[in-house]
Design a protein around this ligand. Structure first.
Ligand code: HEC
Ligand code: HEC
Length: 117
């Protein structure tokens, strides 16, 4: 009896140390979802800088009819709110950063690929 009582604190410390190491090992082995990069086309939004966004009127230079018809979309009402952050406003809130789109179109060394869809 005497012996058991004196070994109890040691056992408790040993057990809690093991539990601590166990929790640490499990959390270290878990895949870190936060670090997974978003896939295309969300990656466009994630990588874009504020300077990668154009004015909606710039889109109209090349997409006249789409620019005109976007106004008929009920979704467009929400997208027109000037308080929306730049990546959730106007044409580019749905289609992504326009400067990346235009630069991609102009890059002669790349095969054509829609960067906005
Ligand atoms: C310099 C001209 C130019 C500008 C400026 C431009 N685009 Fe484009 N865009 C194109 C061309 C060329 C294509 C590829 C041909 C096509 O599919 O119409 C294209 C393709 C697209 C497509 C895919 C169309 C499809 O049929 O799949 C979308 C969506 C689009 N552009 C949206 C935009 C938006 C939004 C803006 C403004 C931020 C913009 N574009 C600015 C020239 C331009
Ligand atoms: C609320 C989201 C949203 C907004 C805002 C929006 N679009 Fe679109 N756009 C779409 C969707 C969805 C399609 C595909 C529709 C289809 O295929 O019929 C599309 C299709 C297009 C296309 C290809 C088809 C076509 O009509 O030529 C172009 C170009 C385009 N949009 C340009 C623009 C421009 C320019 C603006 C801003 C004036 C704009 N869009 C605003 C969602 C949006």
């Amino acid at each position: 009896m005497r012996q058991m009582r004196s070994s109890t604190p040691f056992l408790l410390i040993a057990l809690s140390t093991l539990a601590f190491i166990g929790v640490f090992a499990i959390s270290a082995a878990m895949p870190d979802n936060k670090k997974k990069p978003p896939s295309f086309p969300q990656s466009l939004f994630a990588e874009a800088k504020p300077s990668d966004y154009l004015n909606d009127s710039d889109c109209a230079d090349c997409h006249k009819s789409a620019h005109a018809s976007a106004g008929n979309s009920p979704h467009n009402l929400y997208m027109q709110n000037p308080k929306n952050p730049i990546d959730k406003r106007g044409c580019q809130g749905c289609h992504g950063p326009g400067d990346i789109h235009v630069n991609h179109l102009l890059a002669a060394d790349q095969p054509f690929r829609h960067v906005i869809s």
